[in-house]
Write a protein that binds this ligand. Structure first.
Ligand code: C2E
Ligand code: CA
Ligand code: CA
Ligand code: CA
Length: 277
């Protein structure tokens, strides 16, 4: 009896557990989602602290799933990465962000849009030409679009990353190092990178008010960036204290729930028109 119970337990613990099935399911329908335009971009403003105006926003992808509702990127971007769908996902996001840029431009609103680029896209030799050609086709100005690249993308293959980033910068894209401080890039690597902006990870910003170490880290990162002629964005601003502190310490741009959550484009436009600091 004990033996067969154990055996049935083993059978009950199969290769395809619920998570795996969920993953398989999501993998298949993610492909479909990309093809059928079930993805959507939300936009989160980046507030310029010197002028208290907004002329930058980050595009953040969501999946409007027919049965599951709005799925956040943390639940499917890694699946896209693991299943070779990152190239397709990023191309979809890029095109949607460019479309939105033009729509806003036609309404007289000039917003630099930031797109997230994953480590996989850096190793994808054809992404740079894709995005450069699209920029030409859409006749976008230089610095209309920022590409946010995470530190791990740079650490994995610094040579290839530097090559691709230089190419993109030379073709009029603004480049930003995302999640700065969470990866393992050295100062030597950072110095080599052709980027214009550092984005301080929200883990150093969210609890800034009550954490002296966070203050020291953020303050010295701002100074470091400025010494290297880079601008600085802080993300994860959840309270007024942090916003004011960052302003006093000459951080250029601030992004976080205290300013606004990421919004669908129509709500973003409305927010722009009704919010004054
Ligand atoms: P990220 O690039 O670091 O984006 C910032 C994330 O922080 C967003 O989460 C945003 O909603 C959230 N956030 C902003 N302000 C606050 C705040 O004050 N407090 C807190 N707790 N969170 C805040 P989201 O939209 O869920 O995206 C999560 C991650 O998914 C992104 O992190 C990025 O790594 C990835 N992701 C999102 N969209 C894309 C995309 O189009 N392509 C790629 N490759 N990755 C994407
Ligand atoms: Ca980002
Ligand atoms: Ca980030
Ligand atoms: Ca992140």
């Amino acid at each position: 009896r004990a033996k067969s119970a154990k055996k049935s337990f083993e059978i009950y613990n199969p290769v395809f557990d619920e998570n795996t099935l969920e993953r398989l399911f999501l993998t298949n329908s993610l492909k479909q989602a990309i093809e059928e335009d079930q993805l959507t971009l939300h936009y989160q403003p980046k507030l310029c602290l010197a002028t208290m105006t907004v002329s930058h926003a980050e595009a953040l992808v969501r999946w409007q799933h027919p049965e599951k509702g709005l799925i956040p990127p943390d639940e499917f971007v890694s699946i896209a990465e693991k299943t070779g769908q990152m190239a397709a996902l990023t191309r979809w996001v890029t095109k949607a962000a460019f479309d939105q840029y033009l729509t806003w431009q036609q309404q007289g609103i000039v917003i630099n849009i930031a797109i997230n680029i994953s480590a996989e896209n850096i190793l994808d030799e054809s992404y740079p030409d894709f995005v450069i050609n699209l920029k030409k086709q859409y006749q976008l100005d230089d610095n209309a679009i920022t590409l946010e690249v995470t530190e791990d993308a740079v650490v994995d293959d610094p040579k290839q990353a530097t090559k691709m980033l230089s190419y993109l910068r030379d073709n009029g894209f603004k480049l930003s190092v995302d999640d700065y401080g969470t990866g393992y890039s050295s100062l030597a690597q950072l110095k080599q990178l052709p980027v214009q902006e550092l984005k301080i990870d929200r883990s150093f910003v969210q609890q800034l008010e009550n954490d002296e170490n966070d203050k020291i880290i953020v303050k010295s990162t701002i100074e470091l960036a400025h010494n290297m002629s880079l601008s600085v964005v802080a993300e994860g601003i959840e309270d007024e204290y942090t916003l004011n502190w960052l302003k006093e310490h000459n951080c250029q741009l601030a992004q976080g729930y205290f300013i606004s959550r990421p919004l669908p484009s129509a709500q973003f436009t409305q927010w722009l028109e009704t919010t004054h600091y």
